[in-house]
Design a protein around this ligand. Structure first.
Ligand SMILES: Cc1ncc(COP(=O)(O)O)c(C=O)c1O
Length: 393
């Protein structure tokens, strides 16, 4: 077997698989790399891609360039406030009025996302009932339509300065709202690998071209939208980006902060970018429980598929030993995951180590992350949201 496999097996002898782990040495390398990649911009941490309070605390303790959290749900934001976090930007609009009210009542700095007058009207009611001024951020859509290709995601309908003006004409008169800024998440740069299939082919070349064209369109769109919003209010927050776009997002003068989440754990979908490579920091171990025939082994558990388009990329990826691959007909199963092993085999009770396709979703499968330091495990475990008995979405 290879060295990495032996090092994991030696470190984790006291644990029974399945378990998830976080290599804190690699996490720290990733944190430092993210700080560099973000240049002089403040970094908001996308908690959906972390889903563990001790990990969030660890990230914030490393640098004060990390400021604020992008939360994915109001109940999560409430939980984070209870844990002592402040400056929370809800990355997505909510229609959960009771939770929005509870959040407003905390009196903490919470900023709600809107892209429709109905979002504004709901928050205005909350402001009216609580007597609080509600901070609001407008979500600018960053998708780009090329002939025959829609490059981006379907989220906000607002794509221009004029669309921002139109929305502001409706929500600016709402007495309890304070619009503080704009968010534009360029998913087609931040979340789309340069080599989605892991190969260099025509598709790769097309993606490179579309990404390049998108970046200049995005920059111009954001500049105009910030100017339009500035006609109504003082713009103090301009958020953009994600792990995959730090280089291009930070280059925009209007941007006051970038968002990062996935880059801390570096799941395998983030192996596919040209401009950076983070260290594999999070993984999980499955025990070999059966040997159906020579050259094959079957593990217990493993069907931790990532959300998104249901393709093979969403499957977990065998990490070590490196001579292991999934069986394409079966993929990763609910309770049984068979693998093909070429060359040296393992025995019953040995572990195979995998990586998830995405970052935070791994934490929805395990109660804790076992912490590895320089390939030593001393029993330290950090709770995930699930381990805290929390499930927000
Ligand atoms: C609105 C928004 N901003 C930023 C991000 C970036 O997160 P990550 O760094 O985990 O890719 C995401 C992730 O999907 C997002 O939805």
């Amino acid at each position: 077997m290879n060295d990495l496999h032996e090092m994991f097996e030696d470190a984790f002898t006291s644990l029974e698989a399945p378990f998830a782990f976080l290599d804190r040495t690699a996490l720290d390398v990733n944190i430092d790399q993210i700080l560099k990649r973000a240049g002089n911009k403040r970094i908001r941490v996308a908690s959906k891609s972390v889903r563990s309070v001790p990990v969030l605390n660890h990230i914030f303790a490393r640098s004060d360039q990390f400021q604020g959290i992008m939360s994915f749900a109001p109940e999560e934001a409430l939980f984070l406030i209870e844990q002592g976090f402040d400056d929370i930007l809800l990355g997505y609009p909510t229609v959960d009025e009771p939770a929005a009210q509870k959040l407003a009542e905390t009196g903490k700095q919470v900023t709600f996302m809107v892209d429709h007058p109905a979002h504004g009207a709901m928050l205005e009611r909350v402001g009216d009932r609580t007597g609080r001024i509600i901070r609001v951020c407008i979500d600018l859509d960053m998708s780009v339509k090329f002939p025959g290709v829609y490059f981006g995601v379907y989220r906000s309908p607002l794509k221009s300065g004029d669309a921002i003006r139109k929305l502001m004409n409706e929500i600016a008169p709402m007495r309890h709202l304070q619009v503080v800024g704009l968010m534009g998440y360029e998913a087609q740069i931040a979340g789309l690998g340069d080599r989605p299939d892991g190969t260099f082919d025509l598709k790769t070349a097309a993606i490179a071209l579309l990404k390049k064209r998108s970046i200049s369109i995005i920059r111009e769109r954001r500049r105009k939208a910030v100017a339009a919003l500035g006609e109504f209010t003082e713009v103090t927050l301009v958020n953009g980006g994600g792990t995959g776009s730090l280089e291009s997002t930070r280059a925009e003068d209007d941007i006051t902060e970038v968002t990062v989440g996935s880059g801390f754990y570096a799941p395998h979908l983030f192996d596919r970018y040209r401009e950076f490579r983070h260290r594999e920091a999070a993984g999980f171990a499955l025990p070999v429980v059966r040997i159906p025939k020579k050259g094959m082994m079957t593990c217990m558990g493993g069907g931790y598929l990532a959300s998104g388009s249901a393709d093979a990329l969403r499957l977990p990826k065998p990490w070590t030993p490196c001579n292991v691959q999934l069986v394409s007909e079966e993929g990763a199963g609910e309770v049984q995951t068979p693998v093909i092993i070429k060359g040296n085999s393992l025995g019953i009770g040995d572990n195979i180590y995998f990586r998830h396709a995405k970052a935070g979703e791994l934490c929805e499968r395990f109660n804790e992350l076992h912490i590895l330091d320089n390939f030593q495990y001393n029993g330290t475990k950090w709770k995930t949201y699930r381990g805290e008995g929390k499930c927000f979405l």
